[in-house]
Design a protein around this ligand. Structure first.
Ligand code: MG
Length: 404
């Protein structure tokens, strides 16, 4: 089988409401690039990448000269063709590689008539458990969906738990003053005493604030304390003072950083992201290193539609040492671009797809609809807040949003 063409389409799919984070917000929608890799056997493989627009589409078009004629089964050669580590000093194609790797695995599975997990060692679980992903939210265009007060946060969590069955809750913070977010987190612990919790302020806190916050929540049902502060050294200082496992999706996102963390630990739980790490297979390799050193793992979400979600499900299916719920923004979306509509949660988990390849099929009408919506709306600045046009944060931050 040989690759004959690569096509990239930017789409934007609405969220229930704008999601706030320490750097700004997702302005009421996600922008994603859907990648289709065609072959001489008539099979097409699917990939997905975060962000989009002309530059992303051109970046994929630029890979054609590397990949026309490439056999999708040659995954290690693919890695060296696209992101050889020394050539990568001059370009950064890790995320592009991830999308192509997804498509190649999809093609391999379709050609052989097996789900991707069978190509990756076989599944050790049928379903992948997920955490609710709780955001402070701005009201949407209808004036609905705001999450700002403790009461709104608890009501929202209760509704998500009732609908999807979550028993782990992740609070995305770094928006309001840490004292107020501490109040919110404690309220979650009180309202859901049986459930697990995790807090992630996207590295917005100082080391000292992180220690103060961490010590204040030590007695709660914490999975981990995710990126309270910036940097491996900052996280190591927090870890020395707080008796909660630390976690990151920011400062251990490649093998060099993983080695540094093994030699001088700062992070207890590595959050594997199939895009940030360059594909599903690098995540499995990293999970193997973590298994050896007994470092924890979980699955990070950088915002996903059904194709990317499927990569997270196949990853979650095959790594034995996944002892913690995965993260997904997915339930915040109003729609998806795959056949059958959005995948469903049952008891807080999603079934691993059983169809050939990634097990998802593009819905062409939805793809066209959301590509059109992207053309109409364009992108949005992830690192700006629509409710505070002049604002930008410091690291550590002291320019908190007002919760009153
Ligand atoms: Mg995070």
């Amino acid at each position: 089988m040989k690759i004959t063409d690569i096509r990239a389409t930017t789409v934007t799919v609405p969220l229930e409401a704008p999601l706030r984070h320490s750097n700004g917000a997702h302005w009421g929608r996600f922008v994603r690039t859907i990648v289709e890799v065609d072959t001489d056997e008539g099979l097409t493989g699917l990939g997905e990448m975060g962000g989009g627009g002309e530059s992303a589409e051109l970046a994929f078009a630029g890979l054609k000269r590397y990949l026309i004629g490439h056999d999708p089964f040659q995954l290690e050669e693919l890695r060296y063709k696209i992101c050889n580590p020394t050539a990568s000093l001059y370009n950064n194609r890790t995320q592009l590689h991830a999308a192509i790797e997804f498509a190649c695995l999809d093609l391999m599975g379709k050609k052989l008539g097996v789900p991707v997990y069978k190509l990756l060692g076989g599944k050790v679980r049928d379903r992948v458990p997920f955490a609710s992903y709780l955001f402070f939210r701005l009201p949407n265009e209808k004036g609905e969906g705001e999450i700002r007060t403790v009461e709104q946060l608890i009501a929202h969590t209760r509704a998500l738990k009732a609908e999807h069955g979550f028993t782990t809750h992740k609070l995305k913070g770094g928006v309001f003053h840490p004292d107020y977010e501490l109040e919110c987190y404690r309220a979650l612990a009180e309202a859901f005493p049986e459930d697990r919790l995790r807090y992630d302020p996207n590295a917005a806190l100082s080391v000292e604030q992180s220690i103060r916050f961490g010590q204040a929540i030590e007695g709660l049902n914490n999975d981990y304390f995710e990126d309270p502060t910036w940097g491996l050294n900052g996280m190591r200082r927090v870890r020395s003072m707080v008796r909660i496992p630390t976690a990151t999706n920011t400062v251990v996102v490649n093998f060099e950083q993983l080695a540094a963390n093994v030699l001088d630990p700062a992070i207890d739980v590595i959050l594997l992201d199939t895009t940030f790490w360059g594909g599903i297979r690098p995540c499995i390799k990293a999970a193997g290193v973590c298994e050896t050193f007994q470092t924890g793992i979980a699955v990070h979400s950088s915002g996903e539609l059904g194709i990317q979600l499927s990569t997270m499900l196949h990853l979650g299916a095959v790594v034995p040492n996944l002892a913690l719920a995965a993260d997904a923004h997915y339930h915040q979306l109003t729609d998806d671009i795959i056949e059958g509509g959005k995948m469903t949660y049952e008891g807080g988990s999603i079934r691993v797809p059983e169809g050939p390849g990634l097990g998802v099929t593009l819905n062409r009408d939805k793809l066209a609809e959301y590509a059109e919506l992207y053309k109409k709306l364009g992108g949005y600045p992830y690192d700006r807040d629509p409710s505070r046009p002049e604002w930008f944060p410091l690291v550590p931050n002291d320019r908190w949003a007002d919760h009153r």
